[in-house]
Every structure is written in C-alpha cells, then in structure tokens.
Design a protein around this ligand. Structure first.
Ligand code: GDP
Ligand code: MG
Length: 153
C-alpha cells in the first residue's frame, strides 16, 4: 500500500469565501486522514520558496501578492495515493478547465483565484510539508474507519 502524505492549502480567497469547511469535507468524505492543519499568514520569503519553480513566470509577483492577501489554511492529508488523488480532487490549475465535482470546478473561475493548492509529486509533497510544518505539528494517529475505507493495508 502506498500511503502518502500531501500538502493541501486553502488560499486566501478560499478562506475569505468560507470554503474551509467544504474543502476539508471533500478530503474527509473521500476517506483521507487529516494529519496537520493550521491557519497561517506566510511571509514573502516563505511563499517565494514555496513557489520557487515559478519565479520566472510573468504572474509570479501577482501570485505572491495574492497568497499574502489573507490567511492560508495549511494542511497535510494522508492516505493511499494521496498526492495524485489530491490533485484530482482540486481539479485543473485553470478552473475553467476543471471538471464539475472538483473543488476548482465547483468554486472558482479565474486561474489567479483558484482557491486551493496541492502538491504535484511525492517528492514535492515532502518538501512542502517540511517548509510549512514543524515535525511535531504533523500528527500520527489511527483512523478508526481505516478498515471500512481500505480493503486491506
Ligand atoms: P497548480 O499546481 O495547479 O497550483 O499550478 P502551478 O503550480 O502551475 O501554479 C501555481 C499557481 O500559480 C496556480 O495555482 C495559480 O494560482 C497561479 N497560476 C498559474 N498559472 C497562472 C497564470 O497563467 N496566471 C495567473 N494569474 N496565475 C497563474
Ligand atoms: Mg503547482
């Protein structure tokens, strides 16, 4: 079983629009386990690190301003194939290309206001979790419903 952890964040627009609950519900309802959660206001430097691979993009400055425009809800979700499935739950980067039923497909229109972030690979998930959380902020706990969600471990 490939139990993975992925970094999911509700961006400032998602927090402001009251979408923290609905977004958490998508992951809870699916069966994923919440391992860490906090509301944070990340520094410019922190966000430049988080989005380092996009630093040469024309929208980079606007992206950092957007991400600093209010609190962000940072989370770690855990479960089988959590990274790829997390991205599927979020939808395509451009909400207009996101299928209905995905978070972006249901709650967003503009790419620059796409309400959520999700790690794009297991390697990047590890880096992002390290950047956003101290080790003691990530909980290890037994999900009681585990055997009702997974056929076998
Ligand atoms: P993601 O992994 O699906 O979030 O997409 P990327 O890693 O490619 O981009 C990171 C974030 O930058 C996206 O979620 C958007 O908020 C923003 N972004 C990406 N492409 C564009 C763009 O063409 N214009 C604007 N304004 N923002 C963009
Ligand atoms: Mg990305």
């Amino acid at each position: 079983m490939t139990t993975e952890q992925t970094f999911i964040a509700i961006k400032p627009d998602g927090v402001q629009r009251g979408l923290v609950g609905p977004i958490i519900s998508r992951f809870e309802n699916r069966g994923f386990k919440l391992a860490a959660i906090k509301l944070v206001s990340p520094s410019q430097e922190h966000l430049e690190k988080h989005y380092a691979d996009l630093s040469d993009k024309p929208f980079f400055k606007g992206l950092i301003t957007y991400m600093r425009s209010g609190p962000v809800c940072a989370m770690v979700w855990e479960g089988r194939d959590a990274v790829k499935t997390g991205r599927t739950i979020l939808g395509a980067t451009n909400p207009l290309a996101s299928a209905p039923g995905t978070i972006r497909g249901d709650f967003a229109i503009d790419v620059g206001r796409n309400v959520c972030h999700g790690s794009d690979s297991v390697e990047n998930a590890k880096k992002e979790i390290d950047l956003w959380f101290k080790p003691e902020e990530v909980q290890s706990w037994k999900q009681n419903a585990f055997d009702w969600i997974y056929e076998k471990a």
